[in-house]
Design a binder for this molecule. Sequence first.
Ligand code: PAF
Length: 291
Amino acid sequence: MTAPARPDVVETIAAVRGHVADARRAGQSIGLVPTMGALHEGHRSLIRRARERSGYVVVSIFVNPTQFVAGEDLDSYPRTLEADADACGRIGTDLVFAPSVEVMYRRDAVTTVQVSGLTETLCGPHRPGHFEGVTTVVSKLFNIVQPDVAFFGQKDAQQAVVLRKMVEDLDMPIEVEVCPTVREADGLAMSSRNAYLSPEQRQQAVSLFRALEGARQAIADGQRDAATLIARMRETLQSAGPCRIDYVDVVHPATLEPIDPVTCPVLIALAVRIGQSRLIDNIVVDPAMPA
Ligand code: PAF
């Protein structure tokens, strides 16, 4: 059996542009999966989807410092480039772009991209500046790679909504495809930050999924009062063990405005700190659909 081909791993913008230009000349469409590395099954599902839809698949791996708020885990964020490049090769990535901070950010850069409104709710108030860091780095990646389609996970629902709006407002000729959340067998959403959980915290972390599924069931049983749903979810989270709830919200999936009562499809989203880990998760529930 032959070993899977390792993709080209490049660090400079010129090298990416060269590879992508060759692929375009060969008539291939370009798919981009932006990541911060420490790849898990959630990322791999995005790459597989990119492989299905694109002639040439680029995965970017960059732990973007500007989206970490002071005191967050920038320094301890897992950096596993070798293993990530091998994993990319196994699932058919053509190019890995792994720039340094110096390559991505000029020392004298003063330009950022900001999407207002949508970034001022849910995670926004708890992570000031985070989304500006995301939209700026993703704009840069879009300019560098110029993909036809970019793939993001539904687990970061707010990020996906914000990026879609950015693409629309700035007339970027890029399709944003949002792919389903990938979960562990017990329901915990896959995340690079799950690695920080102790065995006890890992067990406790299933409470996020249980809270969301409880809300889904309550809606299926006829509950429409968002305040009641939120109170029950908070109770599920708090009774599972020590945690700090950043928010539990029921909002419109596109505008992120609070919805109460639940008379249309809603995004139920939460963010909870367990130990050192800040975990997020969400589901979309349509009250008109049977359970
Ligand atoms: O979702 C992520 O991993 C990051 O926010 C992204 C989109 C790669 C930007 O750094």
